[in-house]
Design a protein around this ligand. Structure first.
Ligand SMILES: NC(=O)c1ccc[n+]([C@@H]2O[C@H](COP(=O)([O-])OP(=O)(O)OC[C@H]3O[C@@H](n4cnc5c(N)ncnc54)[C@H](OP(=O)(O)O)[C@@H]3O)[C@@H](O)[C@H]2O)c1
Length: 329
């Protein structure tokens, strides 16, 4: 079968299209014929060798953390051959080979059936980058979000920014907004229905004050990190919470501790590993239903052919996409 592989950590060009043996179903595992695969920042971090030692399997590695397809071998899943499934869970492309391949062997605990009303591209867009799922778990399980609160999910082009705003609205946020690094990105976001703080025109703190009548924001879903984390802490409401999810803009930040002390603020970390497969599947199933009902609408920036996986990964990291980057397999 065709698959993308790398034999050493490095830049995008270590990704090669190869012909490799088909995976064998073992120990009740299922085999999925992948139709659409996702490209995520985590795939990039893994390939660069920036995850902790032992997080990535021995070489060669087939990347790809999320994707959708059709069951060709159901294993112990209880599903039928031909069932359409999403894979949005587990350590694919890390501890085991991933989905940038025609076929992938998966633990049935990581499969979620896709409703008929949801096509493969939409399901792949939902699971790629896990923005909506991250927001759902962070809001409901980490910060105890209540309807009527306000939410900031910075990064209008990214999975966490877009997914964070969508899910906050579904859960009843009185206001949910995001940020853009340029006026062009802000315009794209507003066209797509997002309320956006244009960071090229005003500071995060001023934008939040404007949108919350000076009260500050109740919850920040922070996938950006870097300077944004410190600024977002300064933009919190009294008793507000910041969930640290990612570091698209950097791993270090300077904070003013009085932003924590005077506001009785809370900072939480977020890791998928803290959630059981059942919690993750329940979240994905709920989100797929919301997608079927058109309550959420994950945006696709571009679909690349599998053979152009390296270019797709570069586009995600350097091309400033607006929405998810996918591979047609
Ligand atoms: N902990 C977890 O389990 C978990 C789950 C999901 C995601 N993540 C991580 O969360 C991060 C975000 O994921 P994603 O898929 O949304 O990433 P992404 O597609 O890389 O998007 C990152 C966003 O960051 C914004 N950004 C970059 N530099 C910025 C800066 N200097 N100032 C302000 N904004 C800046 C960009 O804004 P513009 O659109 O304006 O350019 C972009 O929208 C990644 O690091 C990812 O690995 C972690």
């Amino acid at each position: 079968m065709r698959a993308i592989q790398y034999h050493r950590f490095g830049d995008y060009d270590v990704l090669d299209l190869a012909t490799v043996p088909e995976p064998a179903a073992r120990d009740g595992w299922a085999v999925v014929r992948i139709t659409v695969a996702g490209v995520s920042p985590l795939d990039n971090t893994a390939r660069l060798g920036k995850l902790p030692d032992g997080a990535v399997k021995p070489f060669p590695v087939i990347p790809g953390a999320s994707g959708v397809g059709v069951l060709v071998e159901p294993g112990s899943s209880g599903l039928s051959v031909g069932a359409r499934v999403a894979l949005g869970n587990g350590r694919y492309g890390l501890a085991v080979d991933g989905v940038w391949a025609e076929l992938v062997a998966v633990d049935p605990a990581h499969l979620v059936p896709i409703p008929d009303a949801v096509d493969d591209i939409a399901a792949a867009a939902l699971t790629t980058g896990s923005g909506q799922l991250t927001a759902l778990l962070a809001l409901t399980d980490v910060v105890g979000f209540r309807a009527g609160q306000t939410v900031l999910a910075p990064g209008v082009g990214g999975a966490v920014g877009q997914g964070g705003v969508e899910v906050a609205r579904v859960l009843g946020a009185s206001r949910a907004f995001t940020t853009a690094t340029s006026s062009a990105k802000a315009a794209l976001g507003r066209e797509a229905g997002f309320e956006v703080i244009d960071l090229s025109r005003e500071s995060l703190r001023d934008g939040v004050a404007r949108l919350t009548d000076g009260k500050g924001v109740d919850v920040v879903l922070d996938g950006v990190g870097g300077a944004i984390t410190g600024e977002a802490l300064g933009a919190l409401a009294v008793d507000g919470s910041l969930v640290s999810i990612g570091y698209a803009a950097g791993m270090t930040s300077t904070i003013n501790v009085t932003d924590l002390i005077w506001k009785n603020a809370h900072i939480h970390g977020f890791r998928f590993a803290l959630f059981t497969p059942e919690q993750v599947n329940a979240g994905n199933s709920r989100l797929l239903e919301l997608l079927a009902q058109k309550e959420i609408n994950p945006i696709v920036d571009r679909v690349f052919p599998l053979a152009e996986a390296a270019e797709a990964q570069r586009h995600l990291i350097e091309g400033g996409p607006f929405g998810r980057v996918l591979l047609s397999v």
